[in-house]
Design a protein around this ligand. Structure first.
Ligand code: HEC
Length: 112
């Protein structure tokens, strides 16, 4: 028992750590989905599916260009209102993670 306990603990720690990180990412995406649905979906469509009438198709947003995403959301662009002061930077991050998850960008592109 004693000999096995150290590797067993290490393994248990590993098993616990991986789902914990995934859960954090999942929570961020879930928070982003909520924000998106209440604030953005009326123009950009539920689940990023636009009606084509208004707005921009967020499914075509360039993967990895978080800087542009944050700038456009905060400052507004043409017909899109500015969201700075309405939503906090970490909420913009959460929406970015959500957009990445819907677009299948994977954790590295979507969550960062
Ligand atoms: C009142 C309607 C409206 C709402 C609400 C809205 N948008 Fe937009 N959004 C637009 C329009 C219109 C455009 C296209 C602007 C243009 O390029 O002419 C756009 C463009 C964008 C773009 C692309 C900007 C770029 O760099 O090309 C992003 C990203 C975006 N919106 C994110 C969001 C997010 C996130 C929310 C919610 C916090 C949101 N929008 C809410 C109307 C809206």
């Amino acid at each position: 028992m004693k000999r096995a306990s150290l590797p067993a603990l290490a393994l248990a720690g590993l098993l616990l750590a991986v789902p914990a990180r995934a859960a954090d990412a999942g929570e961020t995406v879930a928070a982003g989905r909520k924000l998106y649905t209440s604030l953005c979906a009326r123009c950009h469509g539920l689940n990023l599916v636009t009606s084509g009438a208004i707005g921009y198709d967020l499914r075509t947003f360039p993967k990895g260009d978080k800087e542009r995403f944050v700038r456009s959301v905060n400052k507004g662009i043409r017909a899109m209102p500015a969201w700075e002061g309405v939503i906090k930077p970490d909420q913009v991050d959460a929406i970015w993670a959500y957009v990445g998850s819907v677009n299948g960008w994977g954790e590295s592109a979507g969550a960062k």
